[in-house]
Design a protein around this ligand. Structure first.
Ligand SMILES: [Fe+2]
Length: 346
């Protein structure tokens, strides 16, 4: 794809983010990584009459964005760089190309009123899943439903049956752009989520063949049974996939890694469940966003305002689940059944 096409995409994205004459943006990057992203955003900002600059950190080997198949979240090269943090707090919008999510630095930048847009996926993935105001409406409605519910329960044919007590944490949206001061989003994405109370998740989750494990970027082949008691995983049973997951989680040597993290469902009709069969680049927004997946996850809840900032975070986009809010079905066998949440033509 020519760089000019990406610049055009970035201009449309910045317009959705409310950037125009007089706005200020900063692109955060490191070394030579994603330098073409910085170029495209800065050119797009200039075309819109906005002021832009690039905060470029020294190259550092890291696996923050999950590209390497491991994912130690929350620890960023920005932590020791006070002047860079202050520069980022001074603009309307930060484009994050290094992955600050789950870090104290990101929370500090957001608290200053600066909005943050994560942009790390391969450019053709970004192009395949364009955001829209329509997607935003649907995702915001989903978040409103999550916020109004007291319980969330989901099941699948493999034997999952787990219930979350809601109300302790807000619901959050990801629709791929942000024009709201202090708000974070990720281009591309499309889902809504919340968290159960710290001790308020109980039941069994059985990951079925075809369900995805991030950061492994692989499909489950043999069922994995997770027993969850009072918000923590107490056993991981099954075949080779269970062994792999158990050893990965043990490697963090952190009991807080067994907590239950965000829960919600994917709403993006352009995202492809099957992509990892032939394309394992990026951190996996196709897999996390695909329409009707129930996105179950474990580990930190600092993103939602909780105090668990463990580096062990695993996302499990699950197919063919049925999800209820206060007993009312929202997703049935992997399909969204509430008309106002459905994509056009579904
Ligand atoms: Fe996650």
């Amino acid at each position: 794809m020519p760089q000019s096409t990406f610049t055009e995409m970035c201009r449309e994205e910045l317009e959705l983010c409310g950037i125009g004459p007089g706005s200020t943006i900063a692109v955060l990057s490191q070394g030579r990584e994603r330098i073409e992203y910085a170029d495209a955003f800065l050119e797009a900002a200039a075309q819109l009459g906005a002021v832009g600059f690039n905060v470029r950190l020294p190259a550092s080997p890291n696996a923050l964005d999950g590209e390497e198949g491991v994912w130690a979240v929350g620890q960023t090269p920005l932590a020791e760089n006070r002047p860079a943090i202050e520069a980022l707090k001074g603009v309307d919008l930060v484009i994050d190309t290094i992955f600050l999510l789950f870090s104290a630095e990101q929370l500090e930048i957001q608290a200053s009123g600066t909005r943050v847009l994560l942009c790390v996926e391969p450019i053709d993935h970004i192009r395949a899943m364009p955001p829209s105001t329509r997607l935003r409406e649907r995702v915001e409605l989903a978040a409103k439903m999550l916020e109004g519910a007291k319980t969330l329960r989901f099941t699948n044919a493999a034997g999952s049956d787990v219930t979350y007590r809601l109300g302790a944490y807000p619901a959050m949206t990801q629709y791929g752009y942000t024009d709201t001061p202090g708000r974070w989003d990720h281009w591309p994405s499309g889902f809504a989520f919340t968290s159960g109370a710290d001790d308020g998740v109980d039941g069994t989750v059985v990951l079925a063949p075809g369900d995805i494990i991030f950061p492994f970027k692989s499909y489950v082949q043999t069922p994995i049974t997770l027993t969850i008691e009072a918000g923590r995983i107490t056993s991981i049973e099954g075949g080779v996939d269970a062994d792999l997951l158990r050893e990965y989680m043990e490697s963090f040597d952190d009991p807080r890694g067994y907590a239950i993290s965000h829960i919600g469902w994917g709403m993006l009709e352009t995202a492809k469940w099957s992509i990892l069969a032939h394309d394992r680049r990026g951190m996996g927004m196709h897999g996390r966003s695909f329409y009707g997946n129930v996105l179950f996850s474990t580990g930190p809840n600092s993103e939602l305002g909780g105090d668990n900032d463990t580096a062990c975070h695993v996302d499990f986009p699950m197919r063919n689940c049925t999800l209820y809010l206060d007993g009312e079905p929202v997703v049935v066998d992997g399909d969204i059944v509430v008309p106002a949440l459905q994509a056009d033509g579904r």
